[in-house]
Unconditional design. Structure first.
Lengths: 111, 114
């Protein structure tokens, strides 16, 4: 399943599917990006980050892709599990210390 | 479990009360942050401390007063808050506030203003 972030805030997938969460960022000068997962009643949890000199970075079951030409980030989750259900935020570092979050996408995983 | 600890987890206060939110980290980080998060919205930056000095204030009303007593502790003093200040207040820390460093968040204090 795939979302377009700002235009589709909820992504529903079946367990075992691959999920793709998209994010458009605003500042072409931003050079560091982070994906966070926020479960209900919890704070944002760091998933993976990427610097602007890269276009892809892989972690455990997750991959982040960066397209600087169109200012677009995506988070791919392989073999999505019910425990992946949460709200996912992309964030860009603007300036030296200011982290700006996207609007978020809710991922719902059904068994 | 998060390595950034926030207390209390929940706080209900009246508009005339004075209270404080506390945040502690023992990762040796030298930058600490306060964010405000309204329901179904992303976190929004309020303050940044770097090496115990305030480096960013995002035009936050003076009824919110941050304090960084040492590199492990961050407080947010609250006075004369308004109902619209009800939100989840998140604390975060990073290595030294430089670029290309992830911020690590606590689970927040859920604040309700009566």
């Amino acid at each position: 399943g795939e979302s377009v972030g700002l235009h589709l805030p909820t992504l529903s997938v079946q367990e075992g599917d691959n999920s793709i969460i998209n994010c458009a960022y605003s500042n072409s000068a931003s050079d560091y990006f982070i994906w966070y997962k926020q479960e209900s009643g919890k704070g944002p949890q760091f998933i993976i980050d990427i610097r602007s000199n890269m276009d892809k970075r892989q972690g455990q079951r997750v991959t982040v892709l960066l397209n600087k030409t169109v200012k677009h980030l995506s988070l791919q989750i392989a073999a999505t599990q019910p425990g992946d259900s949460a709200v996912y935020f992309c964030a860009e570092l603007q300036g030296f210390q200011k982290l700006v979050f996207g609007t978020g996408t809710r991922l719902l995983v059904s068994p | 479990d998060t390595e950034v600890t926030q207390t209390p987890k929940h706080l209900v206060m009246g508009m005339t009360n004075k209270k404080s939110l506390k945040c502690e980290q023992h990762m040796g980080h030298r930058a600490m942050y306060w964010y405000k998060q309204k329901a179904k919205k992303p976190p929004e930056l309020m303050f940044v401390y770097s090496y115990e000095k305030l480096s960013i204030n995002e035009s936050v009303p003076s009824r919110f007063s941050p304090e960084c007593p040492n590199s492990s502790l961050l407080n947010l003093h609250l006075h004369a808050l308004q109902p619209e200040d009800s939100a989840l207040y998140l604390c975060a820390s990073s290595q030294d506030g430089g670029s290309n460093q992830p911020q690590h968040f606590g689970d927040g204090t859920r604040l309700s203003i009566l």
